[in-house]
Design a protein around this ligand. Structure first.
Ligand code: SF4
Length: 347
């Protein structure tokens, strides 16, 4: 069907109301950028999910990074967004202002040159992310081992999507369908959604990031309302089985573990930890289970589970803004609250 017809169908949809969760932070960004909600019938509601990696990082993980960054001859290395995520009391950026050593890199591989220049310093890399990023950490470990680098460790907070999707559904998230994440699915393959689709009798549509791709996937969801099916609307890069090479590299270095998701608690089997034989590269990632709010009124937990829209948080746009985030969802451009704030999104 051509895109104009799809737009008409979505705009004039008059069936039962549907809550459709976009699990991926990049989808949240794209949905806002293309004004997708304004193209939908009032009966179709888009909810942002827990697919922004920094948004779901527990406060105890940030606290541990801060503690490491204050140790002698130690430098914490991270991607840009994580530096502003609040821990239980402060962010890495605030700690840096107080004298902690924190460096930002664009790629984990930049870390190798930093470590080689300063062999007396221990560099701790904040290895945060989902299935998409984990293969990069496997490549980094490969390099560390091959080059005999001894002053790099990882503090991991690696999470996996299918388990948290199951957790959301099992805990009463009001979701009738999922826009399955595009980038994650490149690695995992679309087949991983078959189990939750069948278990909960809801459709999953794997989507790309262009407006037409999102609209086609949403139309697919509407067509398959109430059916436990997986449809792939991003076949140019997503296959049924995913990227076997990347999965094998991850399997070599990491094992499945439980993981604590910010605001959601521990989700069984939804994380990755370094395998025992590679644990000497770990900076203490186990047991980081505490998850405290910087501001008790922050509603990131409910936002991440699709139970509340960002604008329904009492702090949204008042004391919480991208310049002064009170919760992790307001930090990254992939975060729901950030996206709603900068795009003045109200739906
Ligand atoms: S608006 Fe701020 S305080 Fe409220 S849920 Fe979002 S990040 Fe948390």
């Amino acid at each position: 069907m051509d895109i104009e017809k799809i737009k008409q169908e979505l705009k004039h949809y008059d069936g039962p109301e549907m809550n459709i969760m976009e699990v991926c932070g990049s989808h949240t960004e794209a949905v806002a950028k293309y004004g997708i909600p304004s193209l939908l019938s009032p009966k179709l509601h888009l909810l942002s999910g827990p697919g922004c990696p920094v948004c779901v990082t527990a406060s105890s993980y940030i606290d541990r990074l801060i503690a490491l960054s204050l140790e002698k001859n130690t430098c914490v290395v991270t991607f840009g967004d994580l530096i502003r995520v609040p821990g239980s009391r402060k962010s890495l950026s605030e700690a840096k202002g107080e004298g902690a050593r924190v460096e930002m890199v664009y790629s984990p591989l930049d870390l190798l040159s930093l470590a080689q220049k300063e062999p007396e310093t221990l560099f701790v890399f904040a290895a945060v992310g989902f299935e998409t990023t984990t293969p990069v950490y496997a490549v980094l470990l490969e390099e560390i081992i091959e080059r005999h680098v001894e002053n790099i460790k990882l503090l991991t907070s690696i999470k996996t999507m299918p388990e948290v999707i199951d957790h959301l559904m099992a805990n009463g998230a009001p979701i009738d369908a999922f826009l399955a994440p595009g980038h994650v699915s490149v690695v995992t393959g679309s087949r991983v959604y078959e189990k939750p689709a069948l278990k909960y009798g809801i459709p999953f549509a794997v989507s790309g990031f262009k407006a037409e791709e999102l609209l086609a996937a949403l139309y697919g969801i509407v067509l398959h309302r109430g059916q436990g099916v997986v449809k792939n609307y991003y076949p140019s890069v997503v296959t049924e089985n995913g990227n076997e090479k990347a999965k094998k590299a991850v399997e070599k270095y990491f094992q499945t573990s439980d993981a604590v998701w910010r605001g959601m608690g521990k989700v069984a089997g939804s994380g990755k930890l370094l395998r025992e034989e590679y644990r000497k590269f770990d900076a203490g990632s186990e047991g980081l289970e505490k998850d405290e709010k910087l501001n008790p009124a922050c509603r990131c937990d409910e936002v991440l589970m699709g139970k509340r829209k960002p604008g329904q948080c009492p702090l949204f746009g008042k004391v919480c803004s991208p310049a002064h985030p009170q919760g992790a969802c307001m930090v990254s451009s992939e975060g729901s609250c950030f996206s709603y704030f900068v795009n003045k999104r109200k739906d």
